[in-house]
Design a protein around this ligand. Structure first.
Ligand code: WT7
Length: 646
């Protein structure tokens, strides 16, 4: 039996949703989804209010997902214009730089003006509704400005995490056929300079990137870069003299808002496409209720805008709700291990949302760096990105939150757009390690490998059986892949790719990915991507990659490499291959372990049996299961003997 933490009565007394509300509203959302989402849809400003609320089929032969279809709206008008009357002088964004001396506060009025100017800039460059714009920026306010300016004119942004390599950036530009790239001279990470513009230059030398007409460069560090005329333009020069007036373009509810690339179990990253109306309703609603948002809160989500968390819960959700949102450029351990808590004290942060990997890393430094700060402004803590182990949950609760702040462990995905399973802090008692219960309108189901639905206490694969407004609509440019990936394994349902257990109280416990996706420090990576980076090295014949347990990262990357004939494994070559993968994909894909494999375990049809490699990487050689179906069972003993974790 796991520990149950009852709802804090003091918190519950003032909370937005009580236990009774949760039961009643959840019930309503399931019995009458149309009526429920019609009412909730009114929380955003519509230029033309929708009359058709939901038109969805999860049937693979007729797959379509449409919400608020005949409505028209503009996301940037919802995040900015409608806030001006009541909240014009309220701080919209608090920027906290990598250097603790560097911070800025931007009001809603100032942000509105900046976004209008940049929207006009984009228009002057010939950007029109439906064009794709790549954003490759550090965590600086200009990233939010760029996103909102795209939304203002109906352009579709594709934010690429600044830690990705030139090749990864190029792949995304090629797939989305971006017309403009918005970047900065350099990024900063623990005082180290990240050569963003240099990376863009390299990316644009790759074949297939000729769709890019203009590169807009924000001067951030002032570091040396080459500006290539007429392609490259400075942000500050373009902005000079632009009007602070720019009428928001009305777009249809199903007009694409953004494409965000994420890793799958096979092939290249896929462009998850989110649209406008349903997405905005869903993420603003979950943001308000899951974080129990109040007018005077200072909300800080530590995610980078390069991930979906940064889209939904740094920029769009908080701004649509008129909240004050912190954008943090730095890292948790620079200048020292108190940084998070110092920032909380400095800006009086009340709602704090971060990833288990950061909590585990800070936990290792002991309690002193936390305890020397006050944190009295905090009233709620959140967790996202990967399963949180109960020890880290307890530490977060006791040391950071001093047993006074409810913890919301929020399960969701790039594809879900917003939070799907999470406690509502005034309504649902928590258990360390459990994301607890579904949000309104979310219908989880657990199935076994044959697709049999399991009732009651059960463990299996996690499906969502009905649509919710925030869900992904398609894979950009590849609708068939969308159907195949999410709706074909269990026809009529959305398949999450996660495993889950439901306990005796109906609480959900996410057990991790059941496909060939790994979760490294809360970042999603396809094992196939790392493998293809490895085999692109001339000395590598074959590679197989699996996840392995890692104390801080949650999962580490374990690679088995077969060299071409005539090459032998050495420490130098190992270092070279690790550096190669970092260069090909980015530092987040750095292999933690790289084992030389004279042979890989394959079936007679040539398929690599990753199940066996996973067990070896987990140091469980006694659990390999049946290996008699392998083409050459003999390869296994060598891999077991030479394993790197013992
Ligand atoms: C995968 C999605 C959610 C936005 C950030 C990551 C894992 C996410 C939790 C959680 C257990 C979690 C799942 C999911 N995951 N949150 N609270 N508990 N697992 O988005 O990159 O699309 O990754 O992250 O495995 O499928 P993403």
């Amino acid at each position: 039996m796991s520990k149950l933490y009852p709802v804090n009565p003091e918190f519950a007394a003032a909370a937005r949703v009580s236990a009774d509300d949760y039961a009643r509203l959840y019930d309503e959302s399931i019995k009458d989804p149309e009526g429920f989402w019609k009412r909730i849809g009114q929380r955003v400003d519509w230029i033309k209010p929708p009359t058709r609320i939901k038109d969805v089929s999860f049937d693979p032969s007729d797959l379509h997902i449409r919400w608020y279809e005949d409505g028209q709206l503009n996301v940037s008008a919802n995040c900015l214009d409608r806030q001006l009357e009541k909240r014009g002088d309220k701080v919209a964004i608090i920027f906290e730089g990598d250097d603790p001396k560097d911070s800025r506060r931007i009001t809603y009025r100032e942000l509105h003006a900046e976004v209008c100017k940049f929207a006009n800039t984009l228009k002057n460059l010939g950007v029109v509704k439906g064009d794709r714009i790549a954003i490759y920026l550090p965590m600086i306010p200009e990233a939010a400005v760029a996103m909102l300016a795209c939304a203002r004119i109906g352009a579709i942004h594709s934010v690429v995490f600044g830690g990705f390599s030139p090749d990864s950036l190029a792949g995304r530009i090629v797939d989305s056929k971006a017309k403009v790239v918005i970047t900065a001279d350099e990024g900063l990470r623990a005082s180290k300079h990240i050569p963003l513009k240099v990376n863009v230059d390299a990316a644009l030398e790759r074949p297939g990137t000729s769709s890019v007409e203009t590169v807009i460069v924000v001067r951030h560090t002032g570091g040396p870069i080459n500006m290539q005329s007429p392609r490259d333009r400075w942000y500050h020069t373009l902005m000079e003299g632009q009007s602070t007036d720019c009428a928001p373009t009305p777009v249809e509810a199903e007009h694409p808002l953004f494409v965000l690339y994420t890793s799958g179990s096979t092939g290249k990253p896929k462009g998850v496409l989110h649209t406008t109306g349903g997405y905005l309703v869903y993420i603003s609603y979950t943001h308000e209720l899951v974080f129990d948002l109040r007018e005077d809160d200072v909300y800080w989500c530590t995610a980078d805008v390069g991930w979906v968390t940064g889209h939904s819960y740094v920029v769009y959700g908080p701004l649509c709700n008129g909240a004050t949102t912190v954008m943090f450029e730095g890292v948790p351990n620079y200048p020292d291990h108190s940084r998070f808590w110092q920032v909380i004290d400095k800006h009086k942060v009340s709602l704090f949302y971060t990833a288990p990997t950061a909590i585990r890393a800070l936990m290792r430094e002991g309690e002193e760096p936390v305890k020397k700060t006050s944190r009295k402004s905090l009233r709620l803590l959140g967790s996202v990105g990967e399963p949180i182990n109960p020890e880290a949950w307890e530490w977060y609760n006791r040391v950071v939150g001093e047993n006074r702040c409810p913890i919301v462990d929020t399960w969701w995905q790039t594809e879900t757009g917003g939070i799907m399973i999470s406690p509502l802090p005034g309504a649902i008692a928590t258990k360390p390690g459990s994301a607890t219960r579904p949000f309104f309108g979310v219908t989880p189901a657990i199935v076994d490998a044959d697709g049999k639905v399991l009732e009651g206490e059960a463990e299996g694969n996690l499906l969502i059986t009905t649509s919710w407004p925030g869900q992904v609509r398609t894979i950009y440019g590849d609708h068939q892949r969308f159907i195949d990936t999410y709706f074909s394994a269990y026809p009529g349902n959305y398949f999450s790719g996660d495993g889950v257990r439901r306990d005796e109280d109906g609480y959900y416990w996410i057990t991790g990915r059941v496909d060939d996706v790994i979760n490294v420090s809360g970042h999603r990576l396809g094992t196939a991507e790392v493998e293809s980076a490895l085999v692109s090295h001339p000395k590598v014949a074959e590679a197989a990659v699996v996840g392995c347990p890692h104390d801080i990262k949650g999962q580490g990357i374990y690679a088995y490499v077969t060299l071409v004939v005539g090459e032998t494994g050495s420490d130098d070559l190992r270092k070279e291959l690790v550096a190669w993968v970092r260069k090909e994909i980015g530092p987040i894909a750095t292999p933690d372990y790289l084992q030389w494999a004279p042979g890989l375990p394959k079936t007679r049809s040539g398929k690599i049996m990753r199940r066996i490699l996973r067990k070896i990487g987990e140091n469980k050689p006694d659990q390999l299961g049946d290996i008699t179906t392998l083409a050459d069972p003999g390869v296994v003993q060598n891999l077991v003997d030479e394993r790197l974790i013992k």
